[in-house]
Design a protein around this ligand. Structure first.
Ligand SMILES: Cc1ncc(COP(=O)(O)O)c(C=O)c1O
Length: 390
């Protein structure tokens, strides 16, 4: 029996040890296989251990791992170019995690406020938003459970309800420097910012000389069927953050900004591993795959297929709505049974996430097949039957 005593207990983990993964499937230390609709929390864009990443890692490991962030390396430059070109923004800072680039976005906004907005520093964020677990990103997040945690809080964040443009307008003061939001609130349980709200925010922030900062850590890199979530509403941000899907399983994140907002001076921002060649090469490989002809159209198609399967289950089991876009979807079960459903699903070899007591979240690999979606729906169907009888 494996001992977990040396692993710091920061979350409740089942006593399963995963040792391998391929595509949509994980294998544990007893050789049991699991169908994975969590994929590292919307991380593994191309599924487990995809050949494109294995090859990129092995090629780069033999060329150059890291030459310090004080020097350029070819993979860093290539990835920054690709991100700038695809996003329509201009400059990129590479880092290791979502929280780190959100922290970077907050710093960049504050620096810009100091230089161009008379010291404005406050950022308007959304109720129930999630931006990471550093002190500043926790303060920026609208998670009610965090209100009292780790006092004193980092100051400078004002919360408003999502999809309420007049609340944003009312929260603007001379101290405001920008608005930060997720196009779809993933951790909250998959709640979309409407296209009208995004367009209204873009117009309002332009009119008031404020920054629009999009946290695309969960929605970026094809997850919603477009390369970036902002494309659905056609609203380009001033600053965007990416992580999760960009590394497709390895720690890689990017702060992407319009040239007019790139006002860091030497020493304002940095980190030992930022832009290292071995992770940057993976980012390039992921982007090359996701931007191939037909890839995103297939994500949209798979998303619609998954949605229709979930809607079928919802009708059969008396659940409520399906939320989300592309391959970031949630099913409202209509009652607070999601934790029990996810636990039973795990026992039956299916990984699904329960972000709220009443909802399940689905974030499979973007390469998931229709057969795997059918298998997932069949297991969930049986689990819901079982839960109704229990
Ligand atoms: C929208 C969003 N922002 C930020 C983060 C934090 O990213 P990381 O866990 O890589 O720090 C997450 C992680 O779930 C996220 O979903």
């Amino acid at each position: 029996m494996t001992s977990f005593d040396a692993v710091m207990q920061i979350t409740k983990r089942p006593p399963i040890v995963f040792v391998a993964g391929q595509g949509s499937w994980l294998t544990d230390s007893d050789g049991r296989r699991y169908l994975d609709f969590i994929q590292g929390w919307a991380v593994n864009t191309l599924g487990h251990s995809p050949p494109a990443i294995a090859q990129a890692l092995s090629r780069q490991a033999q060329r150059l791992l890291n030459c310090s962030p004080a020097f350029y390396n070819d993979q860093m430059v290539k990835l920054c170019d690709m991100l700038a070109q695809h996003s329509g923004l201009h400059q990129v800072y590479l880092a290791n995690s979502g929280a780190e680039v959100n922290e970077g976005a907050i710093k960049l906004a504050r620096k810009w406020g100091t230089k161009y907005r008379d010291g404005a520093y406050e950022i308007i964020t959304m109720d129930h938003s999630f931006h990471g677990r550093t002190l500043a990103t926790m303060a920026a997040s609208g998670k009610p459970q965090w209100e009292q945690l780790y006092a004193p809080k980092v100051a400078g964040f004002v919360k408003v309800p999502m999809n309420d443009l007049s609340a944003v307008e009312a929260a603007i003061t001379p101290r405001t420097v920008g608005v930060l939001l997720e196009p779809i609130q993933g951790e909250a349980g998959v709640f979309e910012a409407t296209d009208a709200f995004m367009q209204g925010l873009r117009a309002l922030t332009r009119e008031r000389g404020l920054l629009l900062i999009l946290d695309e850590i969960q929605t970026g890199i094809g997850r919603t069927g477009k390369l970036f979530g902002f494309e659905h509403a056609g609203t380009q941000p001033d600053i965007m953050t990416l992580a999760k899907g960009l590394g497709s399983g390895v720690p890689l994140a990017a702060l992407v900004a319009h040239r007019d907002m790139c006002c860091f001076e030497y020493g304002d921002q940095g980190g030992t591993f930022g832009g290292n060649a071995i992770m940057a090469t993976v980012g390039c490989a992921v982007l090359e795959q996701v931007t191939q002809a037909g890839f995103l159209a297939r994500v949209t198609e798979a998303g619609l297929y998954l949605r229709s399967g979930l809607q079928r289950l919802s009708r059969k089991h008396g659940c409520a709505e399906v939320r989300g876009r592309g391959l970031l979807l949630a099913l409202n079960l209509g009652r607070d049974i999601s934790v029990q459903v996810a636990e039973t699903a795990l026992q039956r070899g299916l990984l699904v996430n329960a972000p709220r007591p009443d909802s399940l979240r689905f974030m499979p690999s973007l390469t998931v097949t229709d057969e795997e979606i059918d298998q997932m729906i069949d297991v969930l169907d049986a689990v819901l039957d079982h839960t109704a009888m229990a």
